[in-house]
Write a protein that binds this ligand. Structure first.
Ligand SMILES: [Ca+2]
Length: 443
């Protein structure tokens, strides 16, 4: 029998209610077109969900809100709990239709109330007062290969935007490689991007159309984080997840306010692999397969990552307190489970903070810790979703133990990302063309 990742990270199985199981399977694994044909930014193989894992593998079967927290000694009932999913009723309220396939939403810290919505085909739209601008803020469609998991995948405003006019994009270029580039505002029009200026920061040769990561975000210190996929195919064919000589399969971290050693950016002194001949100095964390959406907890600075699984397990990873050099294990493990070899050694690997099996979905979309003020009952919850099933999950962001995720809504949506406005209120993008607002009144 394969050795479990580590027994202390296993939860007592919480039996999901039949309704949940039926909903998750019916709308998730039973939607064969979702992971590929609809152009999901996923990598979750539909074929994988056709082979359900044995019940003994369900170490973290999701719980229903009414069944949690478990007062009988489950780790999820730890006294550190700050969020109680049973107290809130979470729904997604339609906010605005977005042209194309939106997959990211963010906001500047400038008091403007604007939202910037990124669309896979190569456009970024500004939303103000629930209105879409007449023209896109940015249009790089001619530079982008878009469809499936490729396209304009990431967008981040400089922390001092618009005083600093720069922003950053991550896209699949016409050579089907992955590019991180600096762009800027049009000097003559503060509502539009300069259509001509682009300064390439990083280029990653890619070998397959899937698993391209694509997230971009700044931390509280003003450093830019970049999520990359393992390159693609299936099962990490080039073993990039554990290799330090490639940018693929990683969380990268760079500084964008300077240059060094011939690079158009700087390497933060706290990056963990500086000075090693065998390692790329941009690497911050390794062992990721397809980190589809990551975010920072604006209260704690903790880094939260949704990492899409291969055949059976979707996982959420965390780096707390500015931790560096964490190895999340792919492709030694998938979630808490040996992947390449039964009886794998998991020494030195960082287990996920939660996971769920393909009985309940097929491709995780990493979310956000809610720190807004409009929905007090939701404060302290990390919300995330499954792209295929439309299930919205939550865990207590403060918990120091592995928790089973709690289902807080079945949305029927193709949830491609989560984002915050300036005040910390949450929005969700539906890849089918919608921006939605998270609404969570107390019961
Ligand atoms: Ca790829």
């Amino acid at each position: 029998m394969p050795r479990r990742y580590t027994s202390r990270f296993r939860l007592p199985a919480i039996v999901a209610v039949a309704l949940l199981a039926a909903a998750g399977c019916a709308s998730g694994a039973g939607t064969p077109a979702a992971p590929t044909d609809s152009g999901a930014p996923t990598g979750g193989p539909a074929s994988g969900s056709a082979a359900p894992p044995s019940s003994s593998d369900r170490s973290t079967a999701p719980a229903s809100p009414s069944g949690s927290p478990d007062p009988s000694g489950s780790p999820s009932a730890a006294p550190t709990r700050s969020f109680d999913p049973a107290r809130v009723s979470v729904t997604l309220e339609p906010y605005l239709e977005i042209p194309g396939a939106p997959l990211a939403v963010t906001a500047p810290a400038d008091g403007s109330g604007r939202l910037f919505v990124t669309e896979r085909g190569g456009r970024v739209w500004v939303v103000r007062d629930r209105q879409l601008a007449d023209q896109p803020f940015l249009d790089v469609a001619s530079r982008v290969t878009a469809g499936g998991e490729q396209g304009l995948l990431g967008f981040a405003l400089h922390p001092r935007f618009p005083d600093d006019p720069r922003f950053f994009i991550y896209y699949t270029d016409t050579e089907r490689d992955q590019v991180v580039a600096e762009r800027r505002l049009d000097p003559s029009d503060p509502e539009r991007a300069d259509p001509d200026y682009e300064r390439e920061l990083l280029r990653m040769d890619d070998f397959a159309g899937n698993h391209n990561g694509g997230g971009l975000a700044f931390d509280r210190d003003g450093l830019l984080y970049i999520a990359t996929g393992d390159g693609g195919g299936a099962g990490d064919p080039q073993a990039t997840g554990q290799r330090l000589d490639t940018h693929l399969g990683k969380l990268l971290r760079i500084g964008v306010d300077g240059q060094s050693d011939g690079r158009p950016y700087t390497i933060p002194e706290s990056n963990p692999f500086i000075g090693r001949d065998d390692a790329r100095p941009e690497i911050l964390h390794l062992g990721l397969r397809n980190p589809w959406r990551f975010s920072f907890d604006r209260e704690t600075g903790d880094l939260w990552i949704g990492d899409v699984g291969q055949g059976q397990w979707e996982e959420i990873d965390v780096a707390r307190g500015g931790a560096a050099g964490l190895n999340y294990g792919w492709s030694v493990v998938e979630g808490n489970h040996c992947f390449r070899d039964d009886g794998c050694s998991t020494e030195g690997l960082m287990p996920p903070v939660t996971e769920y099996s393909h009985d309940f979905g097929c491709s995780v979309t990493g979310g956000v810790v809610y720190r807004g003020s409009e929905w007090p009952g939701l404060r302290g919850a990390y919300l995330f979703a499954d792209y295929c099933s439309g299930t919205l999950w939550a865990i207590d962001a403060r918990s120091d133990v592995v928790e089973a995720p709690v289902v807080v809504a079945e949305t029927g949506r193709s949830i491609s990302s989560f984002g915050e406005d300036e005040a910390g209120e949450l929005y969700v993008t539906d890849l089918d063309g919608a921006l939605l607002r998270v609404v969570a009144p107390e019961r």
